[in-house]
Write a protein that binds this ligand. Structure first.
Ligand code: ZN
Length: 318
């Protein structure tokens, strides 16, 4: 079925596919899968779904929003616009509805390291977003707020370590490095992460920025990634990925030991977000020991290194 290719006039096409209203945010009902982002003039407009949102990308591009939340209630989705303008969606798997409500805010992960490691290495569950970095991820740190009031140098070490955990496949389970991609830090920038205060992806500026600021309540951090379609079913090619920490609603620390209360480990959150950058998606209920688990845990460094499922997800992509 190719509604957009009928070619018998704008009016008929618009009526067929239910084009977007002229103003305000779009929904998937306004721009259903199979319709044309070009015919509907939807490129550059905000599209929301279950509280998440992205700006519809230009033809040939895909944008994914992923939010790390305290209770799993926010996840994310993907909008892809094919070269001919045809729209498609990928929705995150249900992260485990029965579990959301059983957890208080900022739940604590298992404290016993050996048990946590065993759990992480017994579980091979993963999900991928079908994009990857084929070369070098070039990234910057914003020159405004940072999580945990850390210095720029500390933020650089923390984020670089987190990204290096993905590109180096650092894991608890004895797997070797499976990721060929690299990363390069380019310093601080006046550019910002292209993420708004509702944790939605706005139009991209072609500069991959990690920073901090206001996001929706319940969202600890958000990654927006943009990738270009590749031929022959290969994963899309990452072109930009921005990461923002929610420093209005959450406390972050670079050293979650001792008297930590409800503070999120910068490196654990950063490693999870770096997983999104390089193409991993969330795993849900029952997979708490994986770095790519949907929820974030306070006062633990458990997500700083990868579990079996995280590694298998990277191996599927790289
Ligand atoms: Zn996430």
């Amino acid at each position: 079925m190719s509604l957009a290719a009928t070619g018998d006039g704008d009016t008929a096409r618009r009526a067929d596919v239910g084009c977007a209203p002229a103003r305000g945010a779009l929904t998937m009902d306004d721009l259903p899968a199979g319709s044309s982002a070009l015919d509907c003039a939807a490129v550059g407009r905000l599209l929301t779904h279950e509280g998440a949102g992205v700006t519809v990308p230009e033809p040939g591009m895909k944008v994914t929003v992923d939010s790390l939340s305290v209770d799993g209630s926010r996840h994310g989705f993907t909008v892809e616009v094919a070269a001919d303008g045809t729209v498609s969606y990928a929705l995150a798997a249900d992260p485990g509805a029965e579990e959301h409500h059983a957890r208080a805010a900022a739940p604590a992960a298992p404290a016993e390291p050996a048990a946590a490691r065993r759990a992480a290495c017994a579980d091979g569950a993963y999900a991928v977003a079908d994009h990857k970095e084929y070369g070098t991820y070039d990234w910057w740190i914003g020159d405004d707020a940072l999580p945990g009031n850390v210095s720029a140098a500390e933020a650089h070490r923390a984020f670089d370590g987190a990204i290096g955990t993905i590109t180096g496949t650092r894991n608890k389970c004895g797997f070797g490095d499976v990721v060929a991609a690299r990363s390069k830090y380019h310093g601080r920038t006046h550019h910002e992460a292209d993420i708004d205060q509702q944790a939605r992806c706005v139009s991209r500026d072609h500069v991959s920025v990690w920073d901090a600021g206001v996001l929706s309540p319940g969202v600890v951090a958000t990654t927006c990634s943009w990738s270009r379609a590749m031929p022959n079913g290969q994963p899309d090619w990452l072109k930009e990925a921005d990461v923002r920490f929610n420093t209005r609603d959450y406390t972050f620390t670079n050293n979650p030991a001792g008297d930590c209360k409800n503070a999120y480990d910068i490196r654990s959150v950063a490693t999870h977000e770096a997983g999104h950058v390089f193409g991993l998606a969330h795993v849900g209920s029952g997979h708490e020991a994986q770095t790519m688990y949907t929820n974030s845990f306070a006062c633990t460094t458990g997500a700083r290194t990868l579990g079996r499922g995280d590694v298998l997800g990277l191996r599927a992509l790289y």
